[in-house]
Design a protein around this ligand. Sequence first.
Ligand SMILES: [Mg+2]
Length: 219
Amino acid sequence: MDLFIQELRRAEGILFDYNGTLSDDERILEEAYGTALVDMGLEGLAPGEYDSLVGLSDPDIAERILLERGSRDIDEMIQRLSSAYASAIEQRPTISSLTVQFVQRLRFEGKELAIVTGTFRQLMQRGLDAAGLSELGNRSVAIEDVKAGKPDPEGFLLGARKIGVELEKIVGFEDSRAGVEALRAAGIQAVGIGPHLRNEDGLLAHFETMDHAAQAYTH
Ligand SMILES: [Mg+2]
């Protein structure tokens, strides 16, 4: 824990994964995938199916679950996913107020911040707007900005360039194995969030939720 605080204080840049990390929305996203499949007349998600794909980009997840069902209608799937996700987050904000305060505190301390996500810019931006963090989207990397999604390091390397901070002075926050692999391949220290990384070795720290990380740093 002390190492987490020490390294975060020392850091000049922070890169956040979006779904399941900054935004507590993995269950919402899972439900949106399930709704999209059923709306397309395909078999819904099997238990554990979504969890086995967490951390991949949304186009990659869509492709795999469609392939499993003998379908290739990725564009339709993405459209249905986007509208199901958008209407779900209108009902419930997914970035907590503690997490918003944490982001504001890091910014106040002069750190350069951005998001590196495997989702679409429009989906990320809706959540940021709802939380009053619109400007965090400006230098962020969405799936449209890269050729290869996580675990490829391309997104984090691009994020580091966008915020103009050397890799060794950045701390990354992630909730998935694929994301942690991408951070490692980029040479960025990783903080793990949530259940998928409970037993992961080599993390700077692990917290059950982003709120726990925020509390550890600010109290
Ligand atoms: Mg994630």
